[in-house]
Design a protein around this ligand. Structure first.
Ligand code: PEP
Ligand code: MG
Length: 555
């Protein structure tokens, strides 16, 4: 039994087998080899492993999705054994004395290009297949296999780090917990774990990676940040007891379902939920959230390999709006860039990505992408109670440009006799110090503000939210942050706008009283925190002197 300690980023506990996260995009380099025979032997072994995997996947697909859909894996098996393909690879290994991975990658490119240039659409489609089987063979040579995809067992995913795009592409049904050697608690991967109600630990360090093996038993305790490898019986028993106590606590909170978010002296607020996908709606409803305060729409883009079309987006937004019936649904427009990268955007490498072309800056620089999203949003607006929110605002002129684009999109819809709702609320995120400081100018232009404390902390305290080494300087309770929220709340109300908080700080119940006294109207938190925050609200009495240090002394 070995214990590692990191930082728990979502309080829950899981016990189960480990699955080490395998990156599929293995980097292939050209290496000169002494002995091509050895490379040919490696190639033969990898091909055999690839064929075994494909046959297993074929059998599984046959059972689950029927013969017609399973057939593609039969085609893949034939392609692995194709004579022309194999001769080309072998010729390259023998003729140029290069490593097998490189020969497979180059051959894949050549064949894919050849297929893509053919007239016949069936043959064109084979380009993707030849890349797919080649990646599989290369992965087998690099020790990256996906054999565990055949199992339905839930596992603890262990990785050095996970990018948001990798986290979203995991099969959620199979994930018991996320555990990483690196990472920071305000990263989007940590946020996703919270949204998915999955225990997560980050920052376990390099040593942890050296000790783990696929299939090892482990406990991930997201409360304490402890990761216990190969636990003994006694530790497993203690873990089960803790799980039981947790589920009892959760059950107690369930009693708050259907109750109001009201303080002891009668002040009411809204408690909404944050989501990253339409698949989180079940958790939102289960936890009795009053609405959705933040739908991070960029995950829709991250889940795809190309820009989601207007129709694709409409389908998702409609589903979320309809599922929430009359309840408010605030969809945030695309916030891509910085740590959230999708290859097809082809964003240039930046020295300081968090200060670069991200979020609204990207949308205003590529208005065609923004227009498609706005059109899908307005078209979806007839299916529920929609609010649209814009991220990373820093100036009045940006907001003017956005509002003008909204008007143009609505005018286009009207011209084409396409329906949209007139009562769509428009709001901005307050997540830069600039936005908070000029909130008196911004408030008259919108219906609401929502404070993004994750970025507001990053930009106010000059602390990269992705950097685990400076977490102790990223004090989310810093007086500067609280003052900026306070200023924004005052200005919002002065101009008839409402204000919520949708950053992770909204779920920090040690600040709930502070937020209520500032006049915050809405708190939007991960679905699993809704009832915990309701519980906190219901125990506060605003008619009594403040118990909060900041409010008692600073304001
Ligand atoms: C925030 O910055 O607080 C926020 C809610 O947005 P995100 O975490 O997606 O950047
Ligand atoms: Mg943000």
């Amino acid at each position: 039994m070995i214990r590692f300690t990191g930082k728990g980023v979502y309080g829950a506990i899981a016990a189960g087998k480990i699955s080490i996260f395998k990156r599929q995009d293995v980097q292939v380099r050209r290496v000169k080899v002494e002995n091509p025979e050895e490379e040919l032997a490696r190639l033969a072994a990898a091909k055999k492993a690839a064929l075994d995997q494909l046959s297993e996947i074929y059998q599984k697909a046959l059972k689950e999705v029927g013969e017609a859909n399973a057939q593609i894996f039969e085609i893949h098996m034939m392609m692995v054994e194709d004579d022309d393909y194999n001769e080309a690879i072998e010729e390259m290994i023998n003729g140029q004395s290069v490593n097998a991975e490189y020969a497979v990658a180059v051959t894949a490119d050549n064949f894919a290009e050849m297929f893509a240039s053919m007239e016949d659409s069936y043959m064109q489609a084979r380009a993707a297949d030849v890349r797919d089987i080649s990646n599989r063979i290369i992965a087998c040579m690099s020790g990256c296999t996906d054999e565990k995809t055949a199992s339905d067992e839930k596992v603890i995913i262990c990785a050095d780090d996970l990018a948001p795009s990798e986290t979203v592409s995991l099969d959620k049904e199979r994930v018991l917990a996320f555990v990483t050697a690196h990472g920071s608690s305000n990263s989007h991967t940590a946020i996703l774990a919270r949204n998915m109600n999955i225990p997560a630990i980050i920052g376990l360090g390099e040593a942890f990676l050296r000790e783990i093996h696929d299939g090892d038993m482990a406990i991930a305790d997201g409360f304490t940040g402890e990761f216990i490898l190969s636990p003994d019986e006694e530790t497993l028993k203690a873990c089960r007891q803790k799980q039981q106590a947790e589920s009892e606590k959760k059950e107690l909170l369930q009693k708050l379902k259907g109750k109001e978010n009201i303080t002891l002296d009668g002040t009411k607020i809204n408690i909404y939920a944050n989501i990253g996908s339409a698949d989180n709606i079940g958790a939102v409803l289960l936890n009795d959230a009053g609405g959705i305060g933040l739908f991070r729409s960029e995950f829709l883009y991250l889940e795809n390999t190309d820009y989601p079309s207007e129709e694709d987006q409409l389908k998702v937004y409609k589903r979320v709006l309809e599922s929430m019936a009359a309840r408010k649904v605030i969809i945030r427009t695309l916030d891509i860039g910085a740590d959230k990268q999708a290859d097809y955007f082809k964003l240039e490498r930046e020295e300081n990505p968090a200060l670069g072309l991200r979020a609204i800056r990207l949308c205003l620089s590529r208005p065609e992408i923004f227009r498609t999203q706005l059109k899908a949003l307005y078209r979806a607006s007839v299916y529920g109670n929609l609010g649209i929110m814009f991220p990373m605002i820093t100036s009045v002129s940006e907001l003017e440009e956005i509002l003008a684009l909204c008007e143009e999109v609505k005018a286009e819809l009207k011209r084409d006799h396409i329906e949209y709702a007139e009562n769509v609320e428009l709001g901005i995120m307050i997540e830069t110090p600039a936005a908070a400081i000029i909130s008196d100018r911004l408030a008259p232009m919108v219906d609401f503000f929502s404070v993004g404390t994750n970025d507001l902390t990053q930009y106010t305290l000059a602390c990269d939210r992705q950097n685990p080494h400076i977490e102790r300087f990223c004090d989310t309770h810093h007086e500067a942050i609280l003052r900026l929220i306070e200023i924004s709340a005052k200005n919002a109300h002065k101009h008839g706008a409402w204000i919520g908080i949708c950053g992770e700080l909204a779920a920090d119940t040690s600040l709930t009283e502070t937020f209520l006294r500032m006049g915050i109207d809405e708190l939007s938190v991960s679905p699993g925190f809704v009832l915990k925050v309701r519980d906190a609200v219901r125990s506060i009495d605003l008619s009594k002197p403040p118990t909060d240090f900041f409010l008692a002394n600073k304001l």
